[in-house]
Design a protein around this ligand. Structure first.
Ligand code: AP5
Ligand code: MG
Length: 221
């Protein structure tokens, strides 16, 4: 099953994707994470990417598609795409290389987004995501230092949101026309949002097919 998580910056794409990865063994592909790991290599290419994302702009379709295809080759058949596609061009290209089953649009008001992004901290070591509004921790479980993402500054958040509305929002209609869109409201608990998504996906049927249901029930207790 190949799923896409669609929604504004800070709507919870990364958080929900991690739940799919941990609980259902999906391969999680976040183009944002791939870009941040490339930046951490501290080479010329990474510096070029850093200049783009710290302005809140999009990396070119050509570069992102190349990074995506490299990662797709490492994944099995169950994949969750987080932050890709982000333009109509990327969505059309993706249709040429993969069969998308469902697209989950996480609808989140702008004031909630601003609060979440202002409070987000990530581990400098392993990348795990926290929020100062939810967790009172100074360091990660792994001992790594918690830092703010360079693109989580207020003026960059505004630019990212503007670009989201211009470039990415039209994908909702694109996938709705393909009859693949599932719309959920971002709730105050990521677990509730995750469970709502599962109910739309008829996941029990899918797990039964994969003979994973018994393990899932056991884990959910
Ligand atoms: P990317 O990393 O994908 O950023 P984004 O889309 O802006 O989304 P975020 O990662 O900021 O938010 P999220 O939805 O994952 O929310 P999260 O779960 O962390 O991309 C970064 C940049 O890379 C882009 O700006 C662009 O430059 C470039 N890029 C990436 N992909 C590209 C592409 N395809 N094409 C071109 N350029 C590309 O949650 C946010 C916070 O809220 C966290 O602190 C979390 O703990 C908290 N939270 C989550 N859910 C809840 C909840 N239910 N209740 C309360 N708090 C919650
Ligand atoms: Mg993310």
């Amino acid at each position: 099953m190949i799923l896409i998580l669609l929604g504004a910056p800070g709507c919870g794409k990364g958080t929900i994707s991690k739940l799919f990865q941990e609980r259902l063994n999906f391969c999680h592909i976040s183009t944002g994470e791939i870009i941040r790991k490339t930046i951490a290599l501290n080479n010329e290419f990474g510096e070029m990417l850093r200049q783009i994302i710290t302005k809140g702009e999009l990396v070119s379709d050509e570069i992102v598609l190349k990074l995506l295809c490299e990662k797709l080759n490492e994944c099995g058949s169950d994949i969750i795409l987080d932050g890709f596609p982000r333009t109509l061009f990327q969505a059309k290209k993706l249709d040429e290389i993969a069969k998308i089953d469902k697209v989950i649009y996480i609808d989140t008001p702008y004031d909630v987004i601003k609060e979440r992004l202002a409070g987000r901290r990530i581990c400098q070591n392993c990348g795990k995501v926290y929020n100062v509004n939810l967790h009172s921790m100074n360091s990660c479980d792994c001992g790594g230092k918690l830092i703010q993402r360079e693109d989580d500054l207020p003026h960059v958040i505004e630019e990212r949101f503007k670009i989201y509305e211009e470039e990415t929002f039209p994908l909702i209609e694109f996938y709705s026309n393909q009859d693949k869109l599932i719309k959920v409201k971002s709730s105050s608990s990521s677990n509730d949002t995750f469970n709502e998504i599962l109910s739309f996906l008829e996941i029990k049927w899918w797990l039964l097919q994969k003979k994973k249901w018994i393990a899932w029930e056991f884990q959910a207790r």
